[in-house]
Design a protein around this ligand. Structure first.
Ligand code: OGA
Ligand code: MN
Length: 231
C-alpha cells in the first residue's frame, strides 16, 4: 500500500505547464470519425485538434447507473471516511483530496470494473493491479500534470461519481492547444496515447468550472481510475 501511494505521489508531480490559454471554444466536429465519443462533451482550441485527437479522447455518458454508483460508494466510503482531505502540500498536483486504491471488489463493482477494462484496454494487456480511487473535496482540484510514464502505460480510464466536472488537456509544448472534456457524473472518460503523453490533464476547481460558456458546478467528486502498465 505504502509503495503504491508513493508511486501515485510521483504520478502527481505537477507538470511544467502553467500558462493561461485563450478561452475561445469551438464546437467539436460531428463528422462521426469516432462514433463512441459523445462529441458534444469535447471542445477545443480548434476543430482540427479535436479531430486529430479522435478516439484518443473519449467520454461515454451514463457508463454506470445510479445503482452501480451506489454500490461503488458503499464499498469506498467506509475507507475514505477514515482519512482526512489533504490541502496543504503546496507541491502536490492535487489539492483537497483523499485517496485510496482497491484490488478486490464485491460482485456488482467487479462487474463495473470488467466493463471499464473491456472498453478501455486491449484484451490481455497488463493492467496496473489496484484501481486508484480519488476523492476530491468540493473545493478540491487537480493541477495540470502528466501521469508518470514510469508507472503507467498508454491508457487512463476514469469513472466520475457524485459530480460533473471538467477535465482540461493542454499540449505540453504548445499551450495554446487545448481540449476541454465535460465529464458528467456516471460517465467514463478514456485518455490514450498522445492525449495521455503529450497533453497535461487537470480537473478544474469549482469557480473555473465553465464548459463552452456554461457553468458546471463542481461538487465533491470521486473518481475510480484504471491504468495499464508501461509496455
Ligand atoms: C490522477 C488524475 C483524474 C481524475 O489522479 O492522476 O489525473 O479523474 N485523476 O480524478
Ligand atoms: Mn492524472
Amino acid at each position: 500500500m505504502k509503495l503504491l501511494l508513493t508511486a501515485f505521489k510521483r504520478i502527481h508531480k505537477p507538470a511544467v505547464c502553467t500558462s493561461q490559454r485563450l478561452r475561445l471554444s469551438s464546437r467539436a466536429s460531428s463528422s462521426g470519425l469516432s462514433p463512441l465519443r459523445d462529441d458534444a462533451l469535447v471542445v477545443g482550441s480548434s476543430r482540427e485538434l479535436v479531430r486529430r485527437l479522435g478516439s484518443q479522447v473519449e467520454v461515454r455518458t451514463g457508463f454506470i447507473t445510479e445503482e452501480e454508483e451506489g454500490s461503488l460508494l458503499r464499498e469506498l466510503e467506509p475507507g475514505l471516511k477514515k482519512k482526512r482531505y489533504e490541502f496543504d502540500h503546496w507541491d502536490d498536483a492535487i489539492h483537497g483530496y483523499r485517496e485510496t486504491e482497491r484490488a478486490r471488489w464485491g460482485a456488482a463493482c467487479e462487474e463495473v470494473m470488467n466493463r471499464v477494462r473491456s472498453v478501455a484496454f486491449p484484451e490481455g494487456g497488463p493492467l496496473l493491479g489496484p484501481v486508484h480511487v480519488l476523492d476530491l473535496d468540493k473545493t478540491g482540484y487537480i493541477k495540470p500534470h502528466i501521469d508518470s510514464v514510469k508507472f503507467c502505460g498508454s491508457t487512463i480510464a476514469g469513472l466520475s461519481l457524485l459530480s460533473d466536472s471538467i477535465m482540461r488537456l493542454v499540449k505540453e509544448d504548445a499551450t495554446d492547444e487545448w481540449v476541454d472534456l465535460l465529464l458528467p457524473r456516471l460517465s467514463l472518460y478514456i485518455l490514450r496515447d498522445q492525449a495521455r503523453y503529450n497533453f497535461t490533464h487537470q480537473i478544474l476547481k469549482d469557480d473555473e468550472s465553465v464548459f463552452n460558456g456554461q457553468k458546471v458546478p463542481r461538487l465533491r467528486r470521486i473518481s475510480v481510475i484504471c491504468r495499464n502498465l508501461p509496455g
